[in-house]
Design a protein around this ligand. Structure first.
Ligand SMILES: CC(C)(COP(=O)(O)OP(=O)(O)OC[C@H]1O[C@@H](n2cnc3c(N)ncnc32)[C@H](O)[C@@H]1OP(=O)(O)O)[C@@H](O)C(=O)NCCC(=O)NCCS
Length: 165
């Protein structure tokens, strides 16, 4: 597992995985290109034997207290091996290093796998946005993580970090 910062050259591979992962509400190429170029975020890709098998992004403005997980996806045949968690932790670490104290994200109410990942990392549900995801008519669950407490937990348990990239 190799995690590195995404560049504009990764756009096509990211978009292939984006469309496969979010068949009904994938972002456009233009939106993703803007995300990759933004100085207010960081996108990370997971490369296995030269193939892009995962990506994720965080919006974390330098010095701002709040940050947001923008997206995260792992290729279907690479799921279940800790890659999603490793990517998520890399994004959380990035936001904390930029000064963020709270992390927010939105997840589809019917996405039990991603929700389990976020809960196990310490996120809690703080709200719901009814019928947020269209055309599927699915609610968004808003989740929040105290990044300061998260950092203290992960620093206090270094063995939990073994195996990261
Ligand atoms: C969500 C996603 C990124 C998880 O990636 P992953 O590499 O499979 O996740 P991991 O192997 O790191 O699993 C971490 C934890 O997530 C949870 N989890 C992941 N997939 C799960 C599933 N299908 N069912 C239940 N829990 C699941 C578990 O708590 C797991 O911890 P455990 O292995 O100790 O039980 C991946 O399933 C994915 O890309 N899904 C499609 C895109 C998507 O929904 N993105 C999230 C948008 S908010």
């Amino acid at each position: 597992m190799t995690l590195r910062t995404a560049t504009g050259d990764d756009l096509d591979d990211i978009m292939r995985l984006e469309r496969a992962s979010f068949p009904t509400d994938a972002w456009s190429d233009a939106l993703m290109a803007g995300e990759l170029a933004s100085p207010h975020g960081r996108y990370v890709v997971d490369i296995e034997a030269g193939r892009l098998v995962g990506y994720g992004g965080v919006r974390a403005v330098q010095g701002a207290a709040d940050a947001d997980i923008q997206t995260i996806a792992i290729a279907a045949d690479a799921r279940g091996h800790g890659r999603g968690r490793a990517l998520l932790r890399e994004l959380l670490t990035t936001a904390r290093s930029r000064g963020a104290r709270e992390m927010f994200l939105e997840v589809r109410a019917d996405n039990s796998g991603a929700t389990a990942l976020y809960l196990s990392e310490g996120f809690v549900e703080v709200g719901r946005r009814p019928r947020y995801y269209q055309p599927d008519d699915v609610d968004a669950v808003v989740m929040q993580l105290n990044l300061v407490a998260w950092e203290a937990r992960t620093t206090a348990a270094p063995t939990a970090e073994k195996g990261w990239c």
